[in-house]
Design a protein around this ligand. Structure first.
Ligand code: MSP
Length: 509
C-alpha cells in the first residue's frame, strides 16, 4: 500500500561549505527517500539552508562582504550547498532557504498564531549566550566557564526580549512522548529529552534586540526573531505553509525529521511546543543520529581534518562513500570515519564480496552457457531464503538500521561465494550440466535481487549490476513487488559482462 512519506534534513548554516558530517545526514535521508520511492510511496524530501544566523553574518564579514552585501553572500553560499547536493546525486524534492519570501511569510503567520494563543510575552532577559550554539546556555553546563561544545566563553547578554511560553507545554510534551514511543528515536535520546523537558525546560527568549540580520517581529520590526524559532518553521514553509495552502495540506505532518544528536532538544522540545501552540499537528518521528570523528579526531578547521564530501566521492566513487558511511557507522550511535577502514571496506565488502562475485558468476555464464541465462529445472527454489532477507531488510529500513539492512545483503553475498567454492561449478561442468544450470541460475537471479536491495544505498552500482546481467531496461519497468518475485531473470537472456565494478585501488593509483 502506498502512503505519503515526507522527510526532512536539518537546514544547514551557510557559514561554510558542506563537510562530510552534513553529508552524512543528507545521505541517510536520500537513502530513505529512495527506499520509499521504490516502495511506491508519495515521497517528499526537504532540505535547505539556515540563513538568518549570526554565524553566517560573521562569515560574510570575514570574507569581505560588508553589511550591504550579506544577502549576496548568502545567495552564493546557498547555491554552493545546492550544487554540492546535486553533484552528489541527492534526490531532494524541495530546497528551502530561510531568506526566501515564502519562508518569511510563513514565519510571520506562525508567529501570529502563537501570539494569538497568548504564548508570547515581553520581558527583560539577562543570560549567557553561546554564539556557536546560537542558544542561551546554563551556567551549570559550562566547563571551566566555557561552552563544552564550542570551547568558548559565552557572551553575557541583557536585552528586552519577547518570550515563548515553552514551559506551559511541559505536561503535554511529556504525555506525547510517553504515549508515542516512536516520536523520539533512538531510545537513549528519548530519555535525554524527556528528562530535559521534565526538569530543566524554561520559557525561552525568541527575539534578539541587538541582532540586525533576521526576520522582523510582526508589528515590532526593531526586533528580529531568534534564529532557531525561525529555522524550525522551515519544515512547514518548505511545503507551502503561508504560501501554498494546498501543498501544505497534502504534505504536513512530516513522517520523519532526521537530525544529528546535537540538535535533538530543539526538535523534540521547542519545535513540538511551538506546533502545539500554533495548533499545527506534530511530526510523527524525530530520529537523531550520532556524530563521528575523522581517524579518531574531532573534525575541525583548525586541525585541518575536515573531509570534503565532493573530494572523497571523486576519489572513491559516490556510491562507495555512501555505502561506507552507512555501513561503517551504526546509525544512531557515534562513530569514526577512517580512510584506512574505507580502503578496507572497498577491497573486502565491495571488491571481494560483491564485485568478484558478479565477475565470477558472469565469467562462468560466458564460459559454460555462452553468456546466456541457463534454463534451470528448479529455478523457483532458492538456496538462500530471499523472502527472509527482504523481510529483515525491510524491518531494518523501517527502524533506520541501515547497518543491519546491509548486513542482510552481505551475509547472502558471502554465502554465495562460499557456495561457489563448495559446489565447484567447474567440476559440475564436466559431471552434471543440469545441476550446474541450477547453481548458475540461482547465482544470477540472486544478483538481480541484490541489485534491487542495493538500489536505495548505491543506485549507480545497482544499475551497473543490472546492466551486466543484461536486464537494466526490463528491470527499470518493474515495481518493487514485481521485482521481488523469485525467478524474475528471464531464461535465455544475454548477459553483458563488463569491467570489474571495483578495481583494486592499488591498480588505480
Ligand atoms: N542550522 C542548524 C539546524 C537547523 S534545523 C531547523 C544546524 N546546522 S548545521 O549546519 O550546524 O548542521 C548540523 C547538522 O550537521 C547536525 O545536526 C548533523 O546532522 C550534521 N553534522 C555536523 N557535524 C557532524 C559530524 N561530525 N558527524 C555527524 N553529523 C554531523 O545545526
Amino acid at each position: 500500500m502506498s502512503s505519503k512519506f515526507f522527510l526532512t534534513t536539518p537546514i544547514y548554516y551557510v557559514n561554510d561549505v558542506p563537510h562530510i558530517g552534513h553529508y552524512y545526514t543528507t545521505v541517510a535521508a536520500d537513502v530513505l527517500a529512495r527506499w520509499h520511492r521504490l516502495k511506491g510511496d508519495d515521497v517528499f524530501l526537504l532540505t535547505g539552508t539556515d540563513e538568518n544566523s549570526q554565524k553566517n553574518v560573521e562569515a560574510a564579514a570575514k570574507r569581505g562582504y560588508d553589511e550591504t552585501r550579506i544577502q549576496e553572500y548568502l545567495d552564493e553560499m546557498a547555491a554552493n550547498w545546492r550544487q554540492t547536493w546535486d553533484k552528489l546525486g541527492i534526490s531532494y524534492d524541495g530546497f528551502i532557504r530561510t531568506t526566501e519570501d515564502r519562508h518569511k511569510a510563513g514565519v510571520a503567520q506562525f508567529w501570529k498564531a502563537v501570539a494569538a494563543k497568548g504564548d508570547i510575552y515581553q520581558g527583560e532577559y539577562s543570560g549567557l549566550y553561546c554564539p556557536g550554539c546560537e542558544a542561551f546556555v546554563r551556567e551549570s553546563d559550562l566547563v571551566d566557564g566555557k561552552c563544552p561544545i564550542h570551547k568558548k566563553e559565552p557572551q553575557v547578554i541583557k536585552e528586552k526580549n519577547y518570550f515563548f511560553r515553552l514551559s506551559a507545554y511541559r505536561e503535554q510534551l511529556l504525555k506525547h512522548i510517553d504515549e508515542h514511543p516512536e516520536f523520539i528515536q533512538p531510545t537513549s535520546r528519548r530519555n535525554e529529552v524527556r528528562s530535559y523537558i521534565d526538569k530543566f525546560m524554561e520559557d525561552i527568549s525568541i527575539t534578539r534586540e541587538s541582532v540586525k540580520w533576521g526576520i522582523p517581529v510582526p508589528g515590532d520590526e526593531a526586533n528580529v526573531i531568534y534564529v532557531w524559532f525561525d529555522a524550525l518553521i522551515n519544515y512547514l514553509t518548505g511545503v507551502g505553509y503561508g504560501s501554498n495552502e494546498q501543498e501544505y495540506r497534502k504534505r504536513w505532518p512530516a513522517q520523519l525529521h532526521l537530525v544529528g544528536k546535537d540538535i535533538i532538544k530543539f526538535h523534540c522540545a521547542l519545535w513540538p511546543a511551538m506546533l502545539l501552540s500554533a495548533g499545527v499537528p506534530l511530526p510523527e518521528r524525530v530520529f537523531a543520529h550520532g556524530f563521528f570523528t575523522i581517524d579518531g579526531v574531532k573534525m575541525s578547521k583548525s586541525l585541518g581534518n575536515v573531509v570534503d564530501p565532493l573530494a572523497v566521492s571523486e576519489k572513491y566513487g559516490r556510491d562507495v562513500v555512501r555505502f561506507f558511511l552507512l555501513r561503517e557507522i551504526t546509525f544512531g550511535e557515534d562513530g569514526d570515519f577512517s580512510f584506512a577502514r574505507l580502503e578496507q571496506r572497498y577491497n573486502s565488502d565491495l571488491g571481494n564480496d560483491l564485485g568478484n562475485l558478479l565477475h565470477r558468476v558472469l565469467s562462468m555464464t560466458e564460459k559454460y552457457f555462452d553468456g546466456k541465462v541457463p534454463e534451470a529445472a528448479q529455478c523457483a527454489e532458492a538456496p538462500v531464503d530471499q523472502a527472509k532477507t527482504w523481510e529483515r531488510y525491510e524491518a531494518a529500513m523501517s527502524k533506520l538500521d541501515f547497518g543491519d539492512a546491509l548486513d542482510a545483503i552481505w551475509e547472502d553475498l558471502r554465502w554465495d561465494n562460499k557456495h561457489i567454492d563448495e559446489v565447484k561449478p567447474w567440476t559440475l561442468a564436466k559431471t552434471d550440466r543440469a545441476e550446474l544450470a541450477k547453481v548458475m541460475y540461482y547465482l544470477l537471479e540472486h544478483l538481480r535481487q541484490t541489485a534491487w536491495l542495493l538500489r536505495p544505498f548505491v543506485p549507480e552500482i545497482s544499475e551497473k549490476i543490472l546492466l551486466q546481467l543484461g536486464v537494466a531496461e526490463a528491470e527499470g519497468k518493474k515495481s518493487l513487488e514485481e521485482a521481488k518475485v523469485w525467478g524474475g531473470l528471464p531464461i535465455g537472456g544475454t548477459i553483458a559482462k563488463g569491467e570489474p565494478l571495483f578495481p583494486r585501488r592499488e591498480d588505480k593509483q
